[in-house]
Write a protein that binds this ligand. Structure first.
Ligand code: SF4
Length: 438
């Protein structure tokens, strides 16, 4: 396991909601990110999901700014939103037609679900705040005051931005935060979310006239809002908690804590806890079925590991899907041979998946080969040196690879002589010519 990290005390001069959240999610990730960065180059590298989220945010920010500037009241400007998405995409480092299409689909659904806009109902967009929290003190300060509080032991200034503030009616304020994550918040996560508590404190200062303040995560991938509120008592606790968390983030400890975002954590490669979780080396605690407390603790630990692994799987699925989509639409697979290997833990050996792949291969104008390798009961199919135990696997593999090499050489020669345009293009061109003639 990764050992607890003890560090020299550092001063959290640039406290923000995302920093506090990071510490809450995983103190070790906070340590690597803000206290003792092992790889400063990481600052320049943003993960694809983070970059994608920023592009969606930018597009929404721009369209609502336009609504405010132009004092728009009417149908949601879907075309404008999609244009802003295109512009934000150009400025980003993203590639992949699949991801681009996904972004367009998410925003189109957003526009259709929202239906109408009214500039009078939007109070603020990308509203920056500096919230000072100290003993008996909670108020907004301006940027020039911020530095003065930075060295005070018991006061913290939290800097942040609110994506959008709406006024659904004359007494109500709704704080909107766009989220592009794949996982929804649980009821408990929503009720305890620190970001939402800080937003509620900020909204109280900004809009003292509001009798109702609610906070919503707009889950873009799901097309729904997850809304929460805070009571006066919740906010009292939140203020105390911010101070306690601010102090802890300066002193440690910085222990690893598995969480939903491990799958996209920049530090997972150096995190033993994550590696163990992904390799599923779970410490099985021998407890009696009647020791419900220990069982519940273990269940909690296993659930966190499962959530972290699921999140990573989702990220990898997305990356692979985009990579495959890019290959398909660029016709890079045409006139190339395909050989398949299927395997499974049971006896089916993935035969059905291989058969399905053949249809996809033909659709992509690949040249699929008849001979495949099917490996049932894969967990016990190989010896310690990695060789197949069943000699037929070896024979099937040799035949398949010989075929593949022969066809690869033949098709390479054919491609070098020149390829016909993709069949779909030729069919469309011929059909258009037919219609024109008739
Ligand atoms: S992978 Fe997870 S446990 Fe490890 S440092 Fe990152 S967030 Fe923490």
């Amino acid at each position: 396991m990764t050992a607890a990290v003890h560090l020299p005390v550092f001063r959290n001069e640039h406290l923000s909601v995302s920093r506090l959240r990071r510490y809450e999610q995983c103190p070790l990730a906070f340590y690597y990110q803000y206290v003792n960065k092992p790889d400063p180059a990481l600052d320049a590298v943003r993960s694809e999901p983070a970059e994608f989220g920023t592009v969606l945010h930018d597009a929404l920010e721009r369209v609502y700014r336009w609504v405010l500037d132009e004092e728009v009241e009417g149908p949601f400007p879907e075309a404008q939103l999609l244009e802003y998405f295109r512009l934000a995409w150009i400025d980003s480092g993203l590639v992949g037609v699949g991801l681009y299409q996904e972004g367009r689909d998410l925003l189109r659904r957003y526009a259709q679900d929202t239906g109408r806009v009214d500039h009078m109902r939007t109070l603020a967009i990308e509203r920056e705040f500096n919230l000072l929290v100290g003993p008996g003190d909670c108020r907004l300060v301006d940027a020039s005051e911020k530095a003065g509080w930075a060295l005070d032991d018991d006061h913290f200034v939290i800097n942040g931005f609110i994506d959008r503030v709406d006024k659904p009616d004359s007494n109500t304020v709704e704080i909107i935060d766009y989220k592009s994550s794949r996982l929804l918040f649980s009821k408990e996560e929503l009720a305890d979310d620190l970001q939402m508590s800080v937003y509620a404190l900020v909204a109280q200062c900004l809009y003292p006239w509001a009798t109702e303040i609610r906070m919503s995560f707009h889950m873009l991938r799901h097309g729904l809002r997850q809304t929460t509120v805070r009571t006066a008592e919740d906010l009292r606790s939140a203020r105390e908690y911010v101070r306690a968390l601010g102090t802890r983030s300066e002193r440690g400890p910085y222990n690893p804590k598995l969480n939903t975002y491990c799958g996209t954590c920049d530090h997972r490669a150096r995190c033993d806890t994550y590696k163990l979780a992904v390799e599923r080396k779970l410490e099985v605690v021998a407890v009696s079925a009647s020791d419900l407390e220990t069982l519940a603790q273990e269940r909690e630990r296993v659930a966190k590991i499962a959530k972290a692994a699921y999140s990573r799987k989702e990220t990898l699925d997305g990356i692979l899907k985009n990579a495959l989509d890019s290959v398909f639409v660029s016709f890079a697979l045409r006139n190339k041979p395909l050989a398949s290997v299927g395997y499974s833990i049971g006896i089916a050996a993935g035969a059905r998946a291989v058969a399905h792949l053949m249809d996809i291969a033909i659709e992509s104008e690949l040249v699929p080969r008849r001979n495949t390798v099917l490996i049932p009961k894969v967990e016990s199919a190989f010896d310690e040196a990695g060789g197949p135990l069943d000699p037929m696997t070896d024979i099937a593999m040799t035949v398949m690879l010989d075929d593949l090499a022969w066809w690869a050489a033949l098709l390479a020669q054919g491609r070098a002589k020149g390829e016909l345009p993709p069949a779909n293009f030729r069919i469309r061109a011929a059909t258009a010519a037919l219609h024109k003639a008739s």
